[in-house]
Design a protein around this ligand. Structure first.
Ligand code: UT7
Length: 323
């Protein structure tokens, strides 16, 4: 059976760190409130002139190096982002150029915080169908550019960063012991648009707009949707929560992450958490967390990883991956 295996990971965080203490001087908030309600202590913010494509390119180069590949070996560059450099062309084509690629094809996927899971699933299908052999899948965001810095209910949560993986085709036996992506589950519900959206865009206002969120409602749906989609992944593969070596969740809120971990009865030490230091980097959060856990030696070849995310749209999804 043709599987898509992860052969390299990489990530990049902008140099500038914004702490909760600094936010206290910008809006009516406290470090205590932010930590208690979200688990976030600090986040990274892109420098002036530092674009989503720059963050994505830096992460992609590290993933290519880890995989031992050159950019020209790649057939597809897929970028999950809700904060593209420009309305068009796709940020993926900018990264293709930055990497010096002369062939292949590149496009963006827009599923906000679930973007990386959508992109992973899309690349997996291109590989499984035999259309391509090697893909670079990137989640890259500059959410600081669509934040209303006077809105304390959102500006303390979101941040910038990028993560990337290299996916390669591999012939495997077709069992749960295979390396590679074992199953993907994607969902969306456009009826929930008003709970999390950006109030601008080329067709509606001809402006970029700012992120608007009814946090409490999003929180409530996130807990339910993530529990369901994680259950689907296990059911589809006949695997049990105790088979999972690492839960690598979207990093929106420590309380949501803890809730999902508890439902799976996972030992908290088996849940990869970066939200305290990264904040919510939307489509970048899962590959950033994955790369951190690979580079510090927690995630080992053969480990079973459960990736999950939920975001605007609503969109939500999960992937079970044998690393
Ligand atoms: O990545 C996409 C998915 N996004 C998410 O999953 C985010 C989901 N939502 C959340 O993570 C949480 O709902 C938040 C962290 C956004 C908020 O936590 P909460 O426990 O749901 O708080 P709340 O919105 O109910 O607000 C509680 C109080 C309110 O005051 P009153 O009405 O009780 O007087 C807010 O006005 O906290 C107030 N508040 C703040 N206070 C200090 C809201 N933002 C702040 C703030 N600092 N930054």
């Amino acid at each position: 059976m043709r599987r898509s295996i992860i052969t390299g990971t990489g990530s990049y965080l902008p140099e500038r760190i914004l702490t909760n203490k600094e936010l206290e001087t910008m809006v009516d908030t406290t470090d205590e409130w932010i930590v208690a309600r979200s688990g976030i202590r600090q986040r990274h913010i892109a420098a002036d002139g530092e674009l989503t494509s720059d963050l994505g390119t830096a992460a992609a180069k590290k993933a290519l190096e880890a995989a031992g590949l050159e950019a020209d070996d790649i057939d597809l560059v897929l970028v999950a982002t809700a904060t593209p450099d420009e309305t068009f062309p796709a940020t993926a084509t900018v990264i293709q150029k930055n990497l010096g690629m002369s062939g292949g094809f590149a496009f963006d996927v827009q599923a906000v915080c679930t973007g990386f899971i959508y992109a992973l699933s899309t690349a997996d299908n291109f590989i499984k169908s035999g259309q391509i052999n090697k893909a670079l899948v990137i989640g890259a965001e500059t959410f600081s550019r669509i934040i209303d810095w006077e809105d304390r209910t959102t500006c303390v949560l979101f941040a910038d960063g990028a993560g990337a993986i290299v996916l390669e085709a591999s012939e495997e036996e077709g069992t749960n012991q295979d390396r590679g992506i074992l199953t993907n589950h994607l969902h969306s519900d456009g009826n929930k648009h008003d709970l999390l959206f950006v109030d601008g865009g080329p067709s509606s206002t001809q402006t970029t707009g700012y992120l608007r969120m009814q946090g409490k409602e999003v929180f409530r749906h996130a807990v339910t949707n993530l529990a369901n989609v994680v259950g689907e992944a296990l059911e589809a593969t006949d695997l049990k929560p105790e088979d999972i070596d690492w839960l690598i969740p979207h990093q929106a809120n420590k309380r949501i992450i803890d809730g999902t971990g508890r439902k799976l009865k996972m030992d908290p030490s088996k849940v990869v958490v970066t939200v305290d230091r990264h904040g919510n980097t939307s489509a970048a959060s899962v590959p950033l967390a994955l790369d951190e856990a690979v580079r510090d030696g927690r995630v080992q070849k053969g480990d079973l990883l459960l990736l999950e995310a939920m975001g605007g749209g609503f969109t939500w999804g999960s992937s079970l991956v044998r690393f």
